[in-house]
Design a protein around this ligand. Structure first.
Ligand code: SF4
Length: 339
């Protein structure tokens, strides 16, 4: 399913860039409400209740010019974020972005992709002959927005020619056909987030099915990209073992003919912070996400705030399960971590 914004805000100066002009024309032709911004302020997104505000924010697309400012660092998986987008069209209940973009979390495409890539080049130059990794999914799932902008595609092409630059991103969306014919030079890693049907249907609204993601991953592997799966958040509900086993089996069956390709796995158990819980309960009043503090262990995170993780015995059980099951289905698997 392709994201269709209900309204678009575009900064006047963004229209002077190729992406801005193209999208301005495209959405005008489509009859989508367009608001041209003379200044940077986005006002007037409707939504009285937290649920309406959330839904209307997600239905809003902003096209802006990114001001030159430092890229955020992105440890431990990359050196820097690559800020092509912010926000996400998905509506996952547990999403880490839910506490970041206010009560009307609109989506943003930055129109000045060349400026952003030139700045990435400056960071690479500063590190001289050391590989510099950029993460394009730190504040967004970039794939559904790239369907419109094609700036992620441009970034893949850009990094293909950068001896010391690498790009990575993760997605829950299957619209990857634009990337299949790119001469990417092996410099981009595309990972897919996977989960059981129970978790996807209960919590990952507005994304895609596991099957669609697996089929997309197969195309990406065939196109020679480095790839892998993030299985997470792993939720330990009744029958979780059977269902995660089924997910691994289905994935392995679909990828059976590609057994020469190395596939990386990252497995992340469900965790939540107090502020995330508060925000989730505001928007998803009837959520069934397991967020009972008494069932969890409180742990201080590396960024200073605490989070509620599964207790040790459950985590040990989960780790054992994936450590044994993944190699059982994939003889080419590399497990990067299970947390
Ligand atoms: Fe958040 Fe990813 Fe879901 Fe988008 S797809 S809402 S970024 S968890």
């Amino acid at each position: 399913m392709i994201y269709q914004p209900k309204r678009v805000y575009i900064e006047e100066k963004a229209i002077s860039y190729e992406i801005g002009k193209r999208l301005y024309d495209y959405f005008t032709k489509k009859g989508v409400e367009i608001n041209v911004l003379k200044n940077n302020k986005i006002t007037g997104i409707p939504g009285k209740t937290p649920q309406q505000a959330f839904a209307e924010g997600k239905s809003t697309l902003a096209i802006r010019v990114r001001k030159k400012g430092e890229f955020q660092t992105c440890k431990p998986s990359a050196h820097y974020q690559l800020p092509l987008f912010s926000g996400c069209v998905g509506k996952c209940e547990y999403c880490y972005l839910n506490t970041r973009f206010g009560n009307k979390p609109y989506n943003t495409i930055y129109a000045n992709v060349d400026d952003i890539l030139n700045q990435a080049k400056e960071y690479m130059n500063q590190r001289e002959k050391q590989v510099t990794i950029f993460e394009a999914a730190a504040t967004s799932d970039p794939v559904p927005l790239d369907y419109y902008s094609k700036s992620l595609k441009k970034a893949i092409e850009f990094f293909a020619n950068e001896e010391f630059g690498r790009l990575r991103f993760v997605t829950k969306f299957p619209q990857v056909d634009n990337y299949l014919d790119i001469d990417h030079g092996g410099h981009t890693t595309i990972r897919f987030s996977l989960n059981t049907d129970t978790v996807i249907n209960s919590y990952e609204h507005g994304t895609s099915t596991a099957r669609e993601r697996i089929i997309a991953s197969k195309k990406i592997i065939k196109a020679g990209y480095n790839t892998g799966f993030i299985i997470g958040p792993v939720v330990l509900y009744e029958n979780w073992k059977e269902e995660y086993r089924e997910l691994l089996k289905e994935t392995a069956n679909e990828l059976a003919e590609l057994s020469d390709s190395e596939i990386h796995f990252e497995v992340i158990s469900h965790r939540f912070t107090a502020s995330a819980k508060k925000q989730i309960l505001k928007v998803f009043k009837d959520t069934t996400l397991p967020m009972n503090e008494e069932d969890r262990k409180f742990k201080y995170g590396q960024f200073g705030y605490g989070k509620y993780v599964y207790p040790k015995e459950q985590l040990v059980d989960m780790k054992e399960f994936f450590t044994q099951s993944i190699p059982g289905y994939f003889n080419n698997a590399v497990i990067d971590y299970i947390i």
